[in-house]
Design a protein around this ligand. Structure first.
Ligand code: MAN
Length: 585
């Protein structure tokens, strides 16, 4: 009842009475006035009662459709009048995510609006409150069909031919632009993929390099230790030398002299032995001759005694046999030192103490059970001190400083260089691995635009947006640059904007957002931050900048990188893909 009263009021004010003849538009009898082709199926049987679209349990005689009286709670019985427009509570400030051109502005309404056929141009829905309001809305209804009642004597001629022609021209331009933008997007994607691959290849190469560098560092460390050890021992030796060569040195020298003397004596004795052997052999020969040649008939007692003595001597076998091997040994022993067979004194003099022995003496007590350790430590310390005093052990407490030795310096430099190269390679690897994990937007396409900057002057400032880096503002009059945020990540935002005629805007649909946070602090406010909302465009450009709250900015930016991000029919104008709009031409 309430519905009927309100509509009656409207009718009185309009001084018009809708008749059953108004149910259908004059030019097309296939569906009632204001019904779009998508909803034609609900209005197909004029001989049967009409069931409200969203509330099919409520039905009315078909003659009540478009009778300028609102019967259905969803307004579906008045597709061609404004009778149900009071149901329309559209709040443009709060567009619903996922809404599209066919979504009624109010959930309770079944139809998106009055359908303008716009022959010669593109069909469109106009809001019900604009139907028969006495104003020609050619921008939506170029055929003037929304003012079919002629309220207040208004007559809206059909302008679709000229508007359609202009639109087609701009549409062709737009399509060309879209073609170019799509091509650019493909190029950007190609470049982004190439850069990603490059990072992957770099990671592989760095991993191999790191393996090599790790080996190099290890080798250089070992080499440094070895050189330091050698240099330390050399320092101890020369220290010992400086102190008069120490006991070991003295012992070594004494041994050398003594061995020399013994060798001399041995050689001399051996020669004397050989001479004596020769002389004995000669004497034995003489005596053998005497024994064989003497005349036993001469009773020469002296000769007989000598022969008897010789026979006794020859009968006695010598127990002291001198073997050939022993003789060869004697020859070897008698050879001069520093030859192949003799003692190589110079080798002993040059040879260093094995550090492991020294280390073992230092840590001798650690090999013992704890109770023995303290008992022994005193004795070991004095032994150690004695060895140190004599230069046999390096003084660990004094730490022999070999840092300045050229050999140590060299080895340390090699090690440091290798370590530095390794650290650099490890940092590169870490950075590249993190880079591969990083979000570079849909399809990773913004890898190709990273650090590309676009600028625009607006009001007192020149603004800049550097993709995935930061946003800035700089006073045109001069002064420093202020960071309005550093890149923090991506988001998707539903945008419900009408596109401006030049297409430089966001339009309608889900849009990619780049968030920039933690910019320069704002006096008496937050750290500056910017939301950069992206729309498809042939070139990278800033459309507009707004400071919605103090130091909270919103930039609308066009870029080919987001073209085709959302190719849905509800996208409006701008760079939407071909065929997105149905044309009833
Ligand atoms: C500067 C600019 C402005 C901002 C004020 C806040 O002038 O960053 O955008 O509103 O500081 O003090």
């Amino acid at each position: 009842m309430i519905l009927r009263k309100q509509v009656l009021l409207a009718l009185t004010s309009n001084s018009l009475l809708a008749t059953a003849a108004d149910t259908r538009s004059s030019s097309d009898s296939s569906r009632p006035r204001g019904v779009g082709p998508e909803f034609a199926k609900f209005y197909k049987a004029p001989d049967k009662p009409f069931a409200c679209i969203s509330n099919p349990s409520i039905s009315i005689p078909f003659s009540h459709v478009n009778d300028n009286y609102c019967d259905c709670p969803d307004g579906s019985d008045e597709p061609g009048t404004s009778a149900c427009s009071y149901l329309h509570h559209f709040n443009p400030e709060q567009p619903r995510p996922g809404a599209n051109a066919l979504t009624p502005k109010n959930e309770s309404m079944a139809l998106p609006g009055f359908y303008c056929k716009n022959k010669g141009h593109v069909p469109a829905y106009i809001r019900f409150e604009n139907v028969n309001d006495g104003v020609c809305d050619w921008d939506v209804c170029c055929d003037g069909g929304d003012e079919w009642m002629g309220v207040g004597g208004v007559k809206c001629e059909d302008r679709c031919a000229s508007i359609g022609k202009e639109w087609k021209k701009s549409e062709a331009k737009r399509a060309e632009g879209l073609g170019r933008a799509t091509k650019k997007r493909r190029e950007l994607q190609f470049e982004a993929d190439r850069r990603r691959k490059e990072v992957g290849e770099k990671i592989d190469a760095t991993e191999i390099r790191i393996e090599g560098l790790e080996r190099k560092v290890k080798e250089a460390e070992e080499s440094l230790k070895e050189v330091e050890r050698r240099e330390k021992m050399r320092a101890v030796k020369s220290d010992a030398g400086a102190k008069g060569r120490g006991k070991l040195g003295v012992l070594l020298s004494l041994s050398r002299d003594r061995v020399g003397e013994l060798r001399g004596a041995l050689t001399k004795t051996r020669k004397m032995r050989d001479d004596m052997v020769e002389r004995v052999a000669e004497l034995e020969g003489l005596l053998t001759a005497l024994k064989e040649e003497y005349n036993p008939n001469f009773n020469d007692a002296g000769v007989k005694k000598a022969v008897q003595g010789w026979e006794d001597y020859a009968a006695r076998e010598s127990t002291d046999t001198w073997t050939d091997a022993e003789d060869r040994d004697l020859v070897e022993i008698a050879k001069e030192d520093n030859t192949e067979s003799g003692i190589n004194w110079s080798e002993f003099e040059a040879e260093e103490e094995e550090p492991s022995d020294a280390a073992a003496i230092y840590s001798l007590t650690s090999y013992l059970p704890p109770p023995l350790q303290s008992w022994l430590s005193g004795s070991v310390s004095s032994l150690r001190q004695m060895l140190i005093d004599n230069g046999i052990l390096p003084d660990a407490t004094k730490s022999t400083n070999v840092d300045d030795s050229p050999a140590v310096k060299n080895a340390r430099k090699t090690k440091d260089d290798a370590q530095r190269d390794l650290t650099n390679a490890q940092n590169d690897l870490k950075r590249d691995r993190e880079d591969l994990e990083k979000d570079y937007g849909p399809g990773g396409i913004f890898r190709a635009l990273k650090d590309t900057c676009v600028e625009k002057e607006s009001g007192e400032y020149k603004y800049s947006h550097c993709f995935m880096s930061k946003t800035t503002q700089q006073p045109k009059k001069g002064g420093g640059q202020t960071t309005m945020g550093n890149f923090a990540g991506f988001e998707i935002e539903y945008v419900d904007d009408d596109l401006p005629a030049d297409g430089k805007g966001l339009g309608r649909g889900d849009r990619v957002v780049m968030k920039y946070e933690n910019g320069q602090h704002c006096w008496n406010g937050p750290n500056r931050s910017t939301r950069v909302v992206l729309g498809c465009s042939e070139t990278d450009e800033i459309y507009k900048i707004a400071e919605s709250e103090k130091c909270v900015y919103r930039m609308e930016v066009g870029s080919p990188a987001v073209c085709g991000f959302e190719n849905k029919a509800e996208e409006e104008g701008g760079m939407k893909e071909e065929g997105a709009v149905k044309d009833e031409l």
